[in-house]
Design a protein around this ligand. Structure first.
Ligand code: FE
Length: 403
């Protein structure tokens, strides 16, 4: 049996933020990030619409990037005090992810992270509130997914929460919010979305319901990401839809080892974080090469290549054409091809902020952690520790490796 779960309602297009005034309820808590939404006037607009809906509104602001357990608990306490029947979260992936976790601890104050860490083990939500998500970046698609990532800084652990209970009830995909993104964020989040769609398309859990969403997302991202990066706002608007389609696919088909590697290398080194989207963009071509030794996976990469108009006679030629095209996209977006050229902020640099010796010292440990990541299970090829080490070396040095 398969399951395919999405929000009950999705409003999209410019001005769709106004749909907030049609929510039915008494009290709404608005969970927000650092302040860009406030600066651009979207918080005032959202509060105005919710008040038009006849709701009392309270703000929970300043959710940090990579939100912490403490922030989640503070938010849940604020909710228990205010008793909202709508949780509305607006911003990048972080405030929306945090709000999803707050929702769980609002409805179930006695539960713990340890109890909900096992995938698809959540208690039944919506006994107190419904959830509306409004993304301002075009990448994570958390507005339609069953996922949330919360960090326990004291223990140095990331909790990747996964359960269809936290798939939002309503998603508002208003491209006006995404028009505020700076170019670098546009590039990184866009390649994150591309990785979501490609990993979902070749996932062992892909199905007839996820395939068309993934393929169309790949096509739209291929056609629009560079234009969006260059400031074309029509392309930016299309990217906002495309990343959401990719999210619908991967929330149901899950991901693969590009994400496993990005998760475990992200905060592993003292030189600085490897930004999620940049990590995916760097690792994706190498993982495609690795996975394509599995004939069914190779055939699916070839289907993607054909679908976006790349040329090749054989499956192998089409897979290589896809790899070359993704590397070309990285170049155009000023994203490095390998960690050895990973500069501050995820742009191409001569000298990497990730020290070579530290990378090699931690190779074995990071390889094992990547294999144990929740995204590895649905990858079309299951890597051994030796293979994962080879992959990690390949993404550090941009080496061609024969698997
Ligand atoms: Fe991602």
């Amino acid at each position: 049996m398969g399951r395919f779960t999405l929000p009950r309602d999705l409003y999209h297009g410019k001005g769709s933020l106004a749909e907030l005034k049609n929510l039915k309820g008494k009290r709404a808590i608005l969970v927000l990030g650092g302040g860009s939404m406030k600066r651009f006037g979207f918080v005032d607009k959202a509060v105005g619409y919710l008040e038009e809906a006849g709701m009392e509104v309270r703000l929970f602001e300043n959710v940090e990037p990579d939100p912490s357990v403490e922030t989640v608990m503070k938010g849940a306490a604020a909710m228990r005090e205010f008793q909202p029947d709508w949780i509305v979260s607006m911003g990048g992936g972080s405030p929306i992810d945090a709000a999803k976790a707050m929702w769980v601890f609002y409805e179930y104050p006695d539960t713990t992270f340890e109890e909900i860490i096992r995938p698809f083990s959540f208690p039944t939500l919506r006994t107190k509130a419904k959830f509306c998500a409004i993304p301002s970046t075009s990448g994570t698609a958390t507005e339609v997914t069953a996922f949330s990532v919360i960090t326990d800084y004291a223990q140095g652990i990331k909790y990747p929460l996964a359960d269809f209970n936290i798939t939002p009830d309503v998603a508002i995909v208003d491209p006006e919010l995404a028009e505020t993104m700076p170019p670098k964020l546009t590039a990184h989040t866009g390649m994150d979305a591309m990785t979501h769609a490609i990993e979902a398309y070749v996932s062992t859990l892909h199905c007839n319901y996820t395939d068309p969403l993934a393929l169309h997302a790949i096509k739209l991202i291929h056609e629009n990401l560079k234009k969006s990066y260059d400031g074309d706002m029509a392309a930016r608007d299309t990217m906002h839809d495309a990343q959401c389609l990719a999210g619908m696919a991967f929330s149901n088909a899950l991901l693969g080892i590009v994400h496993s590697m990005a998760h475990k290398t992200g905060a592993a080194y003292t030189g600085g974080h490897i930004i999620h989207g940049a990590a995916n963009a760097m690792y994706l071509p190498k993982v495609i090469k690795y996975n394509s030794s599995v004939p069914e996976a190779a055939e699916r990469y070839a289907q993607i290549a054909r679908f976006i108009g790349l040329k090749g006679e054989t499956t192998a030629e089409l897979v290589d054409a896809l790899i070359a095209e993704l590397r070309h996209m990285n170049n155009e977006l000023n994203i490095p091809l390998a960690i050895k050229n990973y500069g501050e902020g995820g742009v191409i640099a001569d000298k990497s902020i990730i020290d070579e010796k530290e990378f090699l010292d931690k190779l074995e440990q990071v390889a094992k952690l990547a294999i144990s990541d929740a995204c590895t299970g649905s990858n079309p090829r299951q890597p051994s520790v030796e293979e994962m080490k080879k992959l990690l070396l390949a993404v550090y040095y941009d080496k061609e490796i024969d698997f």
